[in-house]
Design a protein around this ligand. Structure first.
Ligand code: ASP
Length: 237
């Protein structure tokens, strides 16, 4: 997604449910694989979240791949920004849902291995026409990503401002921890809170400690696919 000046700033996070280890980067540019950098933050630094210039320096030290601006500024993204900037500016409603529309720029994954270890990751270019320096839910532990072997792994997408305010991923994990929900019931609770409290726009994919998969969204659609306990693969939108 291109920001208000046509630049690319990406956010990503990863979390390991075995020990709640986590790593994230926010507002990074020119990094070929932001989620791989988030993993390096988790594995090779004492920190959880690095942003902008600091994240760039860390990336250089780790020797990760960089790409020029042109790699990210595809004609499709340029046209998308032009369309967004043609629209009259949306009026912010401080008490209500954020006026920015999410689009299809986020990738999330949740997984459980045979030993019951859970993990989650989310990577995004954010929202089209966002302000320079804006950071959404994706790199924020408990909002755009969460994994805990005791409950579930969650990855979220949608309007980050909404997902941050209801701390969607941790809300879902807490429904499992404190109400004994399974993945499906916990997703229903998290999505209901997003809808009911702020009329929020977003969706989640979840796998719980038993390996049950679930997804839910308040947006018009959300592309997802799952394989539950080695069974049939299913796709939805
Ligand atoms: N959640 C992302 C953000 O707000 C955007 C998205 O999922 O489309 O940055």
């Amino acid at each position: 997604m291109l920001n208000e000046f046509g630049g690319v700033e990406m956010d990503a996070a990863i979390m390991d449910g075995r020990d709640l280890a986590a790593g994230a980067v926010a507002a990074v540019s020119n990094i070929a694989n932001p989620v791989a950098l988030a993993r390096l933050v988790m594995e090779r630094s004492p920190h959880v979240l690095l942003v902008a210039e600091g994240a760039r320096r860390f990336a250089e030290q780790c020797g990760v791949a960089f790409q020029p601006d042109a790699y990210f500024r595809t004609p499709e993204r340029v046209a998308e920004l032009a369309r967004a900037q043609e629209k009259p500016p949306a009026t912010p409603d401080p008490g209500g849902s954020h006026p920015l529309e999410p689009s299809c720029g986020t990738v999330g994954a949740v997984a459980r291995d045979r030993q019951g270890n859970l993990a989650a990751a989310t990577s995004t270019g954010g929202l089209v026409n966002k302000r320079v320096g804006r950071v959404g839910d994706s790199p924020i532990i408990g909002a755009g990503v969460y994994a805990d072997n005791a409950t579930c792994a969650v990855s979220a997408t949608g309007c980050g401002e909404d997902l941050l305010r209801v701390v969607i991923a941790k809300t879902i994990a807490d429904a499992i921890a404190f109400r004994g929900d399974d993945a499906r019931a916990a997703v229903a609770e998290g999505i209901a809170q997003l809808q009911r409290r702020i009329g929020g726009s977003g969706g989640v994919i979840v796998i719980d400690r038993e390996g049950h998969c679930a997804s839910g969204f308040t947006t018009r659609r959300m592309l997802y696919a799952a394989i539950e306990r080695g069974g049939e693969s299913l796709c939805g939108f």
